[in-house]
Write a protein that binds this ligand. Structure first.
Ligand SMILES: Nc1ncnc2c1ncn2[C@@H]1O[C@H](COP(=O)(O)OP(=O)(O)OP(=O)(O)O)[C@@H](O)[C@H]1O
Ligand SMILES: [Mg+2]
Length: 307
């Protein structure tokens, strides 16, 4: 187990795993922690949220593939933000699973592969966040075997809440076999709409039923904001970064208006898209900041405490 490593996990797709990994990593790094984000998903979506998708640094998962299959030293991409390094995901992660399958056939244990690849550099970081893929059980098992904590995002619809039982099963199976020190950090309600109160109550009941206690549900929830979410991913910038740009965006809009009045050609939407987010980014940024606070507090209280 790697101390202070958090697997952001839910076998269900589209419940906010990548958005949480990206925004928590960026925010916590901005607060002065040294953070490593590990993208264990062949989709490689973390690269979009953090904006390194189309850069030469994006190795599509090659660094992790090489470290796992040849024992080569794992080299993260450094300085994706101040204090934030990244191990890239992408197509090579799927190849890595293929390579590990043939090892399994030879009777070599593979659940510990990611843990062992990351272990030599883990000491360089105060926090490690692992973005897990949906569906791919072997990768999820590797993530939970590497982690000290599981952080489970869920949406609040009944299908998502019913899906929690599956994560609970996997969590229990890993604790019973490859990682007895694994702890449940908590459950984050993601994409919560207007009728939040009743939904949050239902969610707490489902979490209590499947995971043993409702106390694990974080008070901070991530609200549903369609436009902002899509745009941050397209822009490769995090919610708090968009929010920080808003005053500048407002100035740009004003400048555009003035220039139009003066007969200029400056267009109001020539601003990288930030003003479109003005209405929604602040609330969402507040949600992420509150969650980052709760997450770091809980980790400080629980890290090294074996249940
Ligand atoms: N606050 C939000 N409100 C509404 N939609 C959001 C919000 N944040 C992100 N989204 C959108 O929700 C979708 C799923 O988010 P995300 O990719 O983080 O989930 P995921 O669990 O990582 O998905 P996958 O299982 O495919 O890896 C994305 O299209 C994203 O743009
Ligand atoms: Mg994802």
């Amino acid at each position: 187990m790697l101390s202070r490593a958090v697997a952001v996990i839910n076998g269900k797709g589209g419940v906010g795993k990548t958005s949480l990994t990206a925004n928590l990593s960026g925010l916590i790094a901005a607060a002065g922690y040294r953070v490593l984000a590990i993208d264990l998903d062949p989709q490689g979506n973390l690269a979009r949220d953090l904006g390194y998708k189309n850069t030469p640094e994006n190795d599509d998962g090659l660094a992790l593939f090489s470290a796992v299959t040849t024992g080569q030293q794992l080299r993260p991409v450094t300085g994706v933000r101040d204090g934030l390094d990244v191990v890239c995901g992408g197509g090579r992660i799927a190849e890595m699973v293929g390579a590990l399958h043939s090892r399994t056939a030879r009777g070599v244990a593979t659940a510990t592969a990611v843990r062992d690849a990351v272990a030599p550099i883990a000491e360089n970081y105060d926090l490690l966040l692992i973005d897990c893929p949906p569906g791919e059980q072997q990768l999820q098992q590797m993530a939970l075997t590497a982690a000290e904590f599981a952080l489970i995002p869920t949406k609040s619809d009944s299908a998502s809440l019913d899906g929690l039982v599956k994560v609970a099963e996997l969590f229990g199976a890993v604790r019973a076999t490859t990682n007895p020190d694994l702890q449940l950090l908590g459950v984050v309600l993601f994409g919560i709409g207007a009728s939040a109160k009743r939904i949050a109550q239902d969610a707490r009941a489902a979490v209590a039923r499947d995971l043993g206690t409702a106390d694990l549900v974080f008070d901070a929830r991530i609200r549903h904001v369609e436009g902002a979410a899509v745009n941050t991913r397209d822009l490769g910038r995090l919610v708090h970064e968009i929010e920080a740009e808003l005053p500048q965006a407002q100035k740009t809009r004003l400048a555009a208006l003035r220039s139009r009045r003066a007969g200029g050609k400056h267009r109001a939407d020539d601003d990288g898209g930030a003003p479109r987010l003005a209405a929604s980014a602040s609330g969402l940024a507040e949600d992420y900041a509150a969650l980052a606070q709760e997450v770091t507090t809980r980790i400080a209280a629980m890290s090294g405490v074996t249940a």
